[in-house]
Design a protein around this ligand. Sequence first.
Ligand code: NAP
Length: 515
Amino acid sequence: MPYVVTQSCCADASCVLACPVNCIHPAPGEPGFATAEMLYVDPKACVDCGACATACPVDAVKPHTKLTAGEQPFVALNAAYFDTVDPHLDRTPLALVPAKRPVEGPLRVAVVGAGPAGMYAADELLKHSGVTVDVFDRLPTPYGLVRAGVAPDHPTTRQVTTLFRHIEGERGFSYVLGVEVGKDIRHDDLMQRYGAVVYTVGAATDRTLGIEGEELPGSASATHFVAWYNGHPDHTEPPVALDSERAVVIGNGNVALDVARILATDPARLETTDIADHALEALRASMVREVVLLGRRGPEHAAFTLPELIGLAGRTDIDVVVEGELAVTDDKTALLAELAARPKDPARRRIVLRFHTSPVRLVGGDRVSGLEVSSGDVIEAGVVLRAIGYRGVPVPDLPFDEATGTVPNDHGRVAPGVYVAGWIKRGPSGFIGTNKTCAEETVDRIFDDLEAGLLTTPMRRDLPEHIDLRGWRAIDRLERETGAAQGRPRVKLTDRAALHAAATRTRRRGRRRAG
Ligand code: NAP
């Protein structure tokens, strides 16, 4: 069996396009693609050419001979997809590269938000001559959740930044970083300067439980915790003190699994990652030995994906305890049963999975001391993190659907000239690569409107002071150089002033050199 898709699959389908024998499924447009946890290589059809591995932006496709012990389960997982799901019998190479629309500029587009949806949208737009794209972000750094959300112990997932570096080097691409739309520049100002504005602002906040005690110190949202350990400049203070033996994480999604794993990881293992220095220090001093993960439904409904569970199962430094009876109904529950049966070592940190348990109220005086749950039990814990989903926030001057936390849109069009892509368009679900097809759909609407003559010609070009591509490259270089000296991919600057200084220092040096 030649090539195998593994855990960090981002599902952007680059491999599907590269495959000369159409053996990677589900492909875009096929049933199940939009909700697939990952893509799968058919072992019987693969010709071992390696084109998929070259195309994959996150190094998730590997020859079976190069798999680690922890990745071995992916061999059966890839094969099983073709035994049990739609057999995709037509093997005509897809060469799915969508026919390029004969659209040409001039068109000046503002993309607001430099995360994956914004980068994929820029890439799609810049395939057409005469189109220029300015990508805005309120932070001095781009890449959104790829920088501030992906767990630091998942470095291959972050490799999608190599693709983003390629996109930002394309002709017609510019950054306008450190500029907040709605504050430093208004929506109307953008409409005067661009023919089209695409909001790819993601889901900037989290859902709340609405239960008693949620605001107590010791209780926080996992999204803040994630932003803190990833060095987001708005979250430099620890959201909770890690001074108790047990932490509870409410929710059963991949974010819940990420924060539970980081809390249960031996800090020595994180020393070679790009985790924020302040978080590494706090985790070294952490007293947390046990993390209880609460799922309100059963294991068969757990929102965490099988690839992520396989990744956790491959970790020899963490014990996974599964409480309660377990009916084996699918691959996920089978793996949970296997984890439950593994011998435990009290010297290791542990993650306890408790299902069919809802939070009722947080208890405590001046800080959290426990969580009362639906069974009536109180789980003693000094830390309670809710990981029950992200939530979009209203975009100034755009309509907003409070129920879904999204901007109402028709396949990405809000109104002629105004568009959305990513989580603010479809809600907070899916993987990094899901944003590629999402952005392509939106860009199609922009070109529909351009062809119909509905886009206006910009009247102005002036912009507020900002960090451009050169400034970001200077920050990037400094972070990488500092990291290299410590055997880490980078050491993140987490302070806005330091980020601005890094961006401008090199520019000044450059000017001096030029003079
Ligand atoms: P999610 O996948 O939507 O999971 C949310 C979890 O919270 C679900 O288990 C849900 O349970 C639970 N929940 C919701 N309301 C609750 C309540 N009131 N009480 C108790 N539990 C509640 O969200 P997420 O974990 O934030 O992830 C967001 C997206 O990013 C997902 O698509 C995820 O796969 C993706 N992501 C991927 C990775 C990765 O690939 N490594 C990492 C992080 C995130 P119910 O199912 O019962 O509603």
